[in-house]
Design a protein around this ligand. Structure first.
Ligand SMILES: [Zn+2]
Ligand SMILES: [Zn+2]
Length: 770
């Protein structure tokens, strides 16, 4: 008997095993159970051996085998191989598969006039189609999905029942005769009569209208990406002015015509989750300038649902803006009526369908950073796949880690795995907390995890913190608070199976420190269950608190004041385009400490420098100023290592700080002398990395540790990530970066879960010894 664990349900595993057993002339059966699949086989020993080898080598594309446990039993003289009914009892440990892009076989059928599914927008098979977003609970079988209400026609049922068919037990199997359908409505809900709603949608789009298109994890808002007026209108209605919009194109060739793609980026575009890939845009690529203003990158992705392939089958459609259908940072709309109610003022028409989306899930966003894939937003195509916990942690007790505040993602963990939720957006939006609760309930139910411990950020003001405290109190659960930057580093350590101690460079926007100040430029000595602060960027005032995040000119004044400049001087006012009165008020705030927390954040230093160098005084989205600064730096030679703007290491009785006074003096002088901005931006990146590398070297001298872990939102900055890695390796360090979870706050909950599991394990060990 073989017990196979991993992602082995809903991915064509049983028909695959059926075929394999038939080919190897083995008898027995296979069935799903709540932990995976169980296979009983008997036959010639060499055939059995071949079967076991091929089981791993030829497993279906969407499956993932975590373990195969074999135990021998007496042959019972089975004849033939069969598939037996699911066993729905017991604890659930198997993963639900993630949603998968339309496969090549289905795509060929979609576009083949002779095929019975020609132009049918919901075709799929065991190798592709929606999974997580249509599933209510596991075992993943049709009655547990939103396909339950569609009764298969005879032909579909025959495919579903035929173990040799590509659609054997493909739960969302459907055709035009028996499955979901699409229709187009106006914003008032009235159906727009047409013979073919897809063609009608294309006509609306090509005429410059905004159409809300129901997809896999929610609605997209779509406009012709080459039509500037249409893009501007969408931005205005969506109240999203600066944040880049993603563009979907037909195929890899079309993506190449918009962006200069590296081999790694091309590969990433074609992976099964079909993420949005942030790549370097080509000049004069025909995309409307308002799609991604002020930055040299474009988020491109390829169609992943049959309906999207049908839109691009029309030669008139070149590039479509496909952005999550919501107001800024609210959860994506999924339900037909909800979409009409929430988006009626934004979209002119709605392409709807009647396959219900049960789980909201945005598109995932990735980039190639320093030659390797990095997750910026982990959502469709990844959720709810498990991320492993390190083996040395043993079996983690059931726990919930609630994540951060913005870009929230929570994680549930038990045993050897953590399950991160989809990207939930900002909890403070009107519906954000509802989405959090909704998703938590679903994933707890799905994986049958009843948390015994709740893990939250140290920040007392986070909505996730107060929610966690309340929730834990109601249930009498243990609470563990984890410092933000420790969680970032611990997550990356766990991905690489590092027990520590390591030197952690936690370079970030903002996070609450153990001293109550706002951290974010941290050199930590980390173990999984604890960390010490070794060095940090020196504290500067953050006048106006949170407001300084939206208004980088405030951070610039904070930094300049701390560096000893007169922030009311004519030069500073001119450089920042700030009125004398504003600067005066801010200076008084800083000097009196009114609503002015102290921060060591590197993200805020980037903001301040961007405000000075680019005049970016106010931002429309988080980190915009820093992203633009990185954006102009890439116009400059990427081998620049000049170190004009290096923070200086200072030691006093209390620890080491990286001071930025001399950096600011050099920078302001260069601005006044009209030095090229792209040069300043490039050298600033080089200087910052040199400063942190020096701090890491200092930490190694004191501790003997030569492993450095990079994490925090600033590691999304490709230039900074590469300079740090190269520089550190040049100094003989071993450098580790995130691969499966985001270095930004989207990855925080995984790190929190790891820290809590480590704390619980060491307590347990201590209790046993005592
Ligand atoms: Zn398929
Ligand atoms: Zn059918």
């Amino acid at each position: 008997m073989l017990a196979v664990r991993g992602v082995v349900q809903g991915v064509g595993f049983r028909p695959f095993v059926y075929r394999l057993a038939s080919e190897e002339r083995l008898a027995g059966f296979i069935g799903n159970d709540t932990s995976g699949v169980t296979i009983e086989i008997e036959g010639l020993p060499e055939r059995l051996e071949a079967f076991c080898r091929r089981l791993r080598e030829e497993a279906p594309p969407l499956s993932r085998i975590d373990s195969v446990v074999a135990c021998e039993a007496e042959p019972i003289g089975e004849s033939g191989f069969r598939i037996v009914a699911s066993d729905g009892r017991g604890r659930v440990a198997t993963g639900i598969p993630a949603d998968a892009a339309t496969c090549g076989d289905c795509l060929r059928e979609l576009l083949d006039p002779a095929d019975r599914r020609y132009r049918y927008p919901f075709l799929n098979c065991t190798n592709c189609g929606p999974r997580f977003t249509i599933t209510r609970r596991i075992p993943y079988d049709r009655p547990q999905t939103s396909m339950a209400k569609f009764k298969m026609c005879e032909t579909c049922q025959a495919e579903y029942d035929d173990p040799t068919n590509r659609r054997f037990h493909a739960q969302p199997n459907a055709c035009a005769e028996c499955g979901p359908r699409v229709w187009l409505v106006r914003a008032d809900g009235a159906e727009i009569p047409s013979r073919d709603p897809v063609t009608a949608t294309i006509e609306w789009l090509m005429a410059g209208w905004t159409v809300a298109i129901k997809g896999i994890g929610g609605f997209h808002l779509s406009v012709d990406a080459t039509n500037e007026a249409a893009v501007l209108r969408l931005r205005k209605r969506k109240r999203r002015y600066g944040k880049p919009l993603a563009v979907m194109v037909r195929d890899l060739d079309a993506a190449r015509s918009l962006c200069e793609l590296t081999a790694e980026e091309e590969e990433m575009l074609l992976t099964i989750p079909r993420p949005i890939v942030l790549a370097r845009a080509r000049n004069g690529n025909g995309i409307a300038p308002s799609v991604a203003p002020g930055i040299p990158w474009l988020g491109v992705f390829l169609p992943y649902a049959p309906l999207q392939h049908l839109l691009f089958a029309d030669p008139r459609v070149k590039a479509l803006v496909m952005t999550s259908a919501n107001l800024s940072e609210e959860p994506i709309a999924i339900d037909n009526d909800e979409a009409l109610a929430r988006l009626g003022q934004i979209a002119d028409a709605f392409l709807m369908h009647d396959r219900e989306i049960l789980q909201r899930c945005d598109d995932s966003v990735m980039a190639v950073v320093d030659g390797a894939p990095q997750l910026i937003r982990r959502a469709r195509g990844f959720v709810p796949l498990a991320v492993e916990l390190p083996e040395f942690l043993g079996d983690a007790p059931p726990l919930l880690a609630v994540g951060g505040h913005l870009k929230n993602v929570f994680a549930l963990a038990r045993g050897r795995f953590a399950y991160q939720s989809q990207h939930l957006g900002d909890l403070e939006s009107v519906t954000g907390l509802d989405f959090f609760r909704e998703s938590l309930e679903h994933l707890m139910h799905t994986f049958e995890i009843e948390p015994e411990t709740v893990v939250h950020d140290l920040h007392p003001g986070y909505l996730s913190t107060s929610w966690a405290k309340e929730w834990a109190e109601e249930r009498g659960l243990r609470l563990i608070a984890v410092q933000h930057h420790h969680a970032h580093i611990a997550g990356c350590m766990a991905e690489h199976g590092l027990e520590g101690p390591v030197i952690g460079l936690s370079l970030d926007g903002t996070g609450y420190g153990t001293d109550g100040k706002i951290w974010g430029g941290e050199v930590l000595i980390c173990r999984l269950d604890g960390s010490e602060r070794f060095a940090h960027l020196d504290y500067v005032p953050m006048p106006g608190g949170e407001k300084a995040i939206r208004e980088p000119w405030r951070m610039a004044l904070g930094h300049l004041h701390a560096a000893g400049f007169d922030v009311e001087s004519a030069e500073v006012l001119e450089l920042l385009g700030v009125k004398a009165q504003e600067a005066h008020v801010l200076r008084r705030m800083i000097e009196r400490g009114v609503n002015t927390p102290q921060t060591s954040s590197l993200g805020r230093l980037f903001d301040a420098v961007a405000a000075v160098v680019l005049g970016r005084g106010v931002v429309d989205y988080e980190a915009q100023a820093a992203i633009e600064l990185e954006g102009i730096a890439i116009c400059e030679d990427d081998r620049i290592h000049d170190q004009r703007y290096v923070p200086e290491l200072w030691t006093d009785g209390t620890g080491i700080t990286l001071k930025t006074e001399s950096l600011w003096r050099a920078l302001l002088q260069d601005m006044q002398h009209g030095r090229a901005k792209k040069r300043i931006a490039a050298e600033f990146h080089a200087g910052i990395s040199a400063g942190f590398i020096a701090a890491a070297a200092n930490a190694r001298n004191k501790s003997g540790i030569d492993k450095v872990v990079l994490s925090g939102g600033c590691i999304h900055n490709r230039r900074l990530a590469r300079l740090l890695r190269e520089g550190l390796e040049g100094e003989g360090f071993h450098v580790f970066q995130h691969r499966q979870v985001s270095p930004g706050d989207g990855g925080l909950s995984y790190g929190q879960a790891v820290v809590a599991a480590a704390i619980l394990k060491s307590e347990h060990g201590a209790a046993r010894r005592a």
